[in-house]
Design a protein around this ligand. Structure first.
Ligand code: IPD
Ligand code: CA
Ligand code: CA
Length: 262
């Protein structure tokens, strides 16, 4: 089987366990007061890592629930077994498996699979982006006023520190200029919905590589743009990610303003 067909098959196999968990009672533990984790986050990641290690032996696997690795290996697979765990626990169907393959600090393939809504997004570098096998493209909004924008709130909001203030400030600047803002609860899905034109753009502070590694390529291959908050090409160590249909990108970046000092 071609290796990226194998990637999709692995996501679908793990998706069955994910779906079983979505409908089952869950044991919830806490990484912090508001950052939840269930036995399914751990079990789905274990299954993904076992299968991906066989299919991609030369890649380092970086999974949210099992890696303390904060470096960016030359060949890496970034895994979020459940992006949108809070939704998963509360029965809100916006949650997904996210698997992003990066080589030499560039995305080469990405798969985001939501087994609840049966949506499988996939992109391979240079070959376009698809949803359940059908090509997708970013939307055609030309102004922020005509744009539905997605965002997310970092777990660090609870500290009411610089991240929290940046979230509030960016919302204050942006909200009056857009059609509206949505907070769906899964960064991987926010990126895919930007890729398919549901959202004209998405931004968030303090995401981790496993949240965005797959979705970035899906946006780019659907004809969109992804950058840091200064408009420069996005790298996985940046604090703020901005993704869009490309047309509204400069306007979105301008309204977000600078990243806060760390
Ligand atoms: C979270 C989701 C959410 C975003 C958070 C992420 P998790 O991932 O992507 O939309 O706002 O910042 O950490 O914890 O559900 O895997
Ligand atoms: Ca995540
Ligand atoms: Ca997660």
């Amino acid at each position: 089987m071609p290796r990226y067909d194998r990637l999709k098959a692995i996501a679908q196999e793990a998706g069955s366990l994910f779906l079983e968990g979505y409908h089952a009672p869950k044991e919830v533990s806490y990484k912090s007061d508001i950052d939840l984790v269930t036995q399914y986050d751990v079990a789905v990641e274990e299954l993904l890592k076992a299968r991906l290690a066989e299919a991609f032996p030369e890649h380092t696997l970086v999974g949210e629930e099992s890696s303390d690795d904060h470096t960016f290996p030359e060949k890496a697979i970034y895994i979020d077994p459940i992006d949108g765990t809070t939704n998963f626990v509360h029965g809100i169907p916006f949650c997904a498996i996210s698997i992003g393959i990066w080589e030499n600090q560039q995305p080469v393939a990405g798969c985001v699979y939501n087994p609840v809504l049966e949506e499988l997004f996939f992109a391979e570098k240079g070959k376009g982006a698809t949803l359940n096998g059908e090509p997708i493209r970013v939307g055609d909004a030309e102004t922020l006023t005509a744009s539905l924008i997605a965002t997310g709130f970092p777990y660090t909001k609870i500290e009411k520190g610089v991240d929290y203030h940046w979230v509030m400030q960016s919302m204050e600047r942006l909200l009056p200029c857009t059609r509206d803002i949505r907070r769906l609860g899964s960064a991987a899905i926010d990126l895919c919905y930007t890729a398919r034109g549901t959202f004209a753009g998405f931004y968030e502070i303090n995401l981790k590589p496993w949240d965005v590694a797959a979705g970035i390529l899906i946006v780019l291959e659907a004809g969109g743009a992804v950058s840091g908050c200064d408009g420069s090409p996005y790298t996985l160590d940046q604090r703020i990610i901005v993704a869009s249909n490309g047309t509204i990108h400069a306007e979105l970046v301008k309204h977000l303003g600078e990243a806060p000092a760390t």
